[in-house]
Design a protein around this ligand. Sequence first.
Ligand SMILES: [Zn+2]
Length: 353
Amino acid sequence: MPEELSEKVLELLAYARENVPHYGSIPVPSPKGNLSGFPILERADIQRAGRSLQSLSGDPDEWLATSTSGTTGEPLTVFFDSPPQALEIRIILRLAKRFGVDGSPGILHLTLHAPGPSQAMVSPWGDENILTRWNLARLWQMDDRAFTGRLERAVVGRILTAKPSVFGLLADRLGDRGTSAPAALLMSGEMCPPDLRRKIEERFHCPVSSLYTMAEVGIVATECPTVANAYHCEQESCHIEILDGDVLVTPLTNRAMPLIRYRSGDQARWLESGCQCGRTAPVFELTSARSPRHLLTADGGLVAISTFMKTMISLPVNRISLAQQGPGRVRVDYRLFDLEGEGRRRGLTRESP
Ligand SMILES: [Zn+2]
């Protein structure tokens, strides 16, 4: 495990103390020390802190707002400036290179849920190093033939990132149709059960690996190819502590809204260094992490969120939220696609017994 505080950690702490009101009174760390004297940042602290966690310098108009999915509680919104986004691309390309993917194949991040226009993020290292976020919701409503054709054209030769459940739904929907292979698949955002991973590997005929990411942080670590559930720290991106099994993360490049010692909600343990795969970065085993959630039917049955999404996505629904309001009562808020254009949106709220 990392012992001393790196230059990047010290820089971040100094920046936070000067520019972020929430951290105005944090102690000055000693380079030989660690972060144990610093308060731990809980999810609720972030909600309570509000704007006082945002930097007073920098241009908020250039920040990107990212919200967590809310599967681990109330959604959180975190603001990012551009360096973390550029670093994310760099880490993905570096990982892909280990699989022999050379050059700049382009990266597609696939989602299948709530709205937001697809957006491209341009990297400074060349025209092709672009991370494009693509919400498949509309494509999903096309017939199988159109769906397969359009998807294949977009993914061939590209590096794809998505939650394992999204890759699983894609594998189901594609079935035996289509043959074009992506360059590599990188799963992120949730743990992948072994049978789902096998299904994804069999369907897509390309290297499959896994990123340990959090929406509120970015890439924390990348999968070790030789040890199951083991991840190597991405030390340029994130400082990691494991305190009584809890993973605490300090993302290092985001100056818009620094999170210091943020309790991720995941559990892990450090493994011996000197990994067989040849990578020297500290390595840990993720023992429990955010995994796909289930819904409970009135008679107690389990419904995977991904199955529920598959149904919802076939309807012209743009955004949906569910809230249990008592035994047998769920409030459903949803918004319909406006097929006439993006300008007008219809919002509907309905309660179902
Ligand atoms: Zn390794």
